[in-house]
Design a protein around this ligand. Structure first.
Ligand code: CTP
Ligand code: MG
Length: 241
């Protein structure tokens, strides 16, 4: 029955934010008096997601409990678990946490989201939940505004892609839980060190299930990632009045 379908979110906050720089990782920097991480947690809290797992740095779990979950009253956060040295190891830890829950709490679907993408809204989350229940694999994305070229290692053009079929992918990346967990166990768990080539969750799914389809969903709203200090400045301009 539709009502029994359970959906979880894994929110990633185990990165160091080296490109933004500064003392603390970007997801904990305050914008308009609120840590960047709290923005997306608010969207998940308001949405029909059943539970949220936060993946953070090992020594950051207390801070998240005391300074974010407590004060903002995020009731849906079921656990805060340590991440790994690469984004995909952090995701694997989040997936394992969900897999180890009591049978009845294991989700049917999971949305994997970058804690550094603060603009996601409740509506955006709902669109992804609908999409994943229809397609089993759905990824937030935006049609490429610029023409994209493929180059060699020295920056010389090899070919030009058709802009009509070129997208920039974002998060949430949403999957049937059993499938993405199986894919991560098959592709990511055997890796001993970072290979640098896996840059999103869909790639893991593609590698495990080459014959399956992944639907890209244009959320048609701002959903960029805080990557550089400039991005943080833009966020301040938007939220600090
Ligand atoms: N992330 C994670 N675990 C890692 C690396 C990244 O959970 N080992 C998370 C980040 O916290 C972020 C998201 O994945 O929410 C996207 O990664 P990115 O923008 O690259 O963040 P950082 O790795 O923190 O930044 P940088 O690459 O500049 O160091
Ligand atoms: Mg990174």
């Amino acid at each position: 029955m539709e009502n029994d379908v359970k959906t979880a979110a894994i929110v990633l906050a185990a990165g160091k934010g080296t490109r933004v720089g500064g003392e603390i990782p970007k997801q904990y920097i305050e914008v308009a008096g609120k840590p960047v991480l709290a923005y997306c947690l608010e969207a998940f809290e308001k949405s029909s997601i059943d539970q949220v797992i936060i993946v953070s740095g090992e020594d950051e779990t207390d801070y998240i409990e005391d300074e974010i979950i407590g004060p903002y009253g995020f009731r849906k956060v079921a656990d805060v678990v340590p991440g790994g040295s690469e984004r995909y190891f952090s995701v694997l830890n989040g997936l394992k946490t969900l897999a180890e829950m009591d049978g009845e709490d294991t989700p049917d679907y999971v949305l994997i989201h970058d804690g550094a993408r603060p603009y996601i809204t409740k509506d955006g989350v709902e669109k992804m939940i609908l999409a994943v229940s229809e397609y089993d694999a759905a990824v937030a994305a935006e049609p490429s505004k610029d023409t994209v070229k493929i180059t060699d290692d020295d920056g010389f053009v090899i070919s030009t892609t058709d802009r009509k079929v070129t997208w920039q992918v974002q998060t949430p990346q949403a999957f049937a839980f059993a499938d993405i967990y199986q894919a991560y166990k098959q592709i990511v768990e055997p890796l001993t060190e970072g290979n640098g080539k896996i840059t999103d969750d869909a790639m893991v799914y593609e590698a495990a299930f080459p014959e399956r389809k992944i639907k890209l969903i244009n959320l048609e709203e701002e959903n960029s990632k805080i990557t550089t200090a400039d991005d943080l400045e833009i966020m301040r301009l938007r939220f600090e009045k």
